[in-house]
Ligand binder design. Structure first.
Ligand code: KIV
Length: 278
C-alpha cells in the first residue's frame, strides 16, 4: 500500500480486505524517512531500541524519555506511516493514572499516533483507560520481552494447552478493551492462525507464521545490521552491516593514502588572498 496516510482505520480495513499490513521498527529520522518512502504502513518505535541501538542486554532499561526522544525523530522522518510508540517496562504497570499519563506523553511529546503495550488480562484495565483517553492502543502477546525474567529467556510461547488457551482469552479481552491490533511474537503458526481467525481486529506477527494479518520485524535484524544474535524467525533482506564495514574500510584506506578528500570534495581559495597569509 502506498499514497494516503495509513491510520488505525487502515489496519481494520486491511484485515477486512485481506490486505497484509507491513510494520518495521524505526528509531531515527533518516531511517524512518527511508522506510516511509519505501512504503511501509507502520513504524514502531519499539523498546528493542534498548538492544539494537543502545546496546543493553534486554529491553528493561529503556525509559519513557528514551522512547519519546527517538519517537520525535521518527515522526519528523515519516509522512505516511502510522507511528506507534512502545510503552517501556514500568511505564504502565504501577497504576492506571500513570499509564494514561505516560501514554499521553508519547502522543503529546513524541508525536506518536498510537502506543503499544505488552500483556493480556493483567494490563487490560490500563488498556481500557488509555483508549478512553482517546489514545489508540496496539496489544502485544506471546513472547513479551519485558517479561524475559519471568519466562527465563526469549522462548516460543503458547505451546501448551494452558498457555494457548490463556493467549486466546487474552486476545479476546484486549479486543474487547478496544485495541486496534495485536502483535503476536514467537507463537506457533497454528495458534497465531486460530487467534487471527477469532479476532475482528488484525494480528501482526513476528515469529508467528504467515497467517497473521501483517508482519513486523526489527529493522536492524532484517537489514543485517545487528550481529549480537539472529532470532530464527528473522529473514535478512540485506547485509548492510557487512556493506558498512566494507565502505568504512575503504574510507580509512583512502584517507590514509590521501585519495580522499579529492578535488570534488574540497573548497578552493583565491591565490592572491592566500599569498597574503604567508
Ligand atoms: O520492541 C519491539 O521492537 C517490538 C517488536 C519486536 C514487536 O516490540
Amino acid at each position: 500500500m502506498t499514497g494516503k496516510k495509513f491510520t488505525t482505520s487502515s489496519f481494520i480495513e486491511g484485515k477486512k480486505k485481506n490486505e497484509k499490513i507491513s510494520m518495521l521498527t524505526a528509531y531515527d529520522y533518516s531511517t524512518a524517512k527511508l522506510l516511509d518512502e519505501a512504503g511501509v504502513d507502520s513504524l514502531l518505535v519499539g523498546d528493542s531500541l534498548g538492544m539494537v541501538v543502545l546496546g543493553y542486554e534486554n529491553t528493561l532499561q529503556v525509559t519513557v524519555d528514551d522512547i519519546i526522544h527517538h519517537c520525535k525523530a521518527v515522526a519528523r522522518g515519516a509522512k505516511r506511516a502510522l507511528i506507534i510508540a512502545d510503552m517501556p517496562f514500568l511505564s504502565y504497570h504501577v497504576s492506571v493514572e500513570e499509564s494514561v499519563r505516560n501514554a499521553g506523553r508519547m502522543i503529546q511529546e513524541g508525536n506518536a499516533h498510537a502506543v503499544k503495550l505488552e500483556g493480556g488480562e493483567e494490563v487490560v484495565d490500563k488498556v481500557r483507560a488509555i483508549v478512553r483517553a482517546q489514545i489508540p492502543v496496539i496489544g502485544h502477546l506471546g513472547l513479551t520481552p519485558q517479561s524475559v525474567n519471568l519466562f527465563g529467556g526469549f522462548k516460543v510461547q503458547g505451546k501448551s494447552e494452558e498457555q494457548a488457551k490463556k493467549m486466546i482469552q487474552d486476545a479476546l479481552l484486549l479486543q474487547e478493551a478496544g485495541v486496534f491490533a495485536i502483535v503476536l511474537e514467537c507463537v506457533p503458526e497454528a495458534l497465531a492462525k486460530l487467534i487471527t481467525e477469532k479476532l475482528s481486529i488484525p494480528t501482526i506477527g513476528i515469529g508467528a507464521g504467515k497467517y497473521c494479518d501483517g508482519q513486523v520485524l526489527v529493522t536492524q535484524d532484517m537489514l543485517g545490521m545487528f550481529s549480537d544474535f539472529k532470532p530464527r524467525f528473522v529473514k535478512q533482506y540485506a547485509q548492510l552491516g557487512e556493506n558498512m564495514k566494507i565502505a568504512c574500510k575503504q574510507y580509512i584506506e583512502e584517507m590514509r593514502t590521501m585519495e580522499f578528500p579529492d578535488k570534488e570534495h574540497t573548497f578552493a581559495m583565491d591565490e592572491e588572498v592566500l599569498s597574503k597569509l604567508y
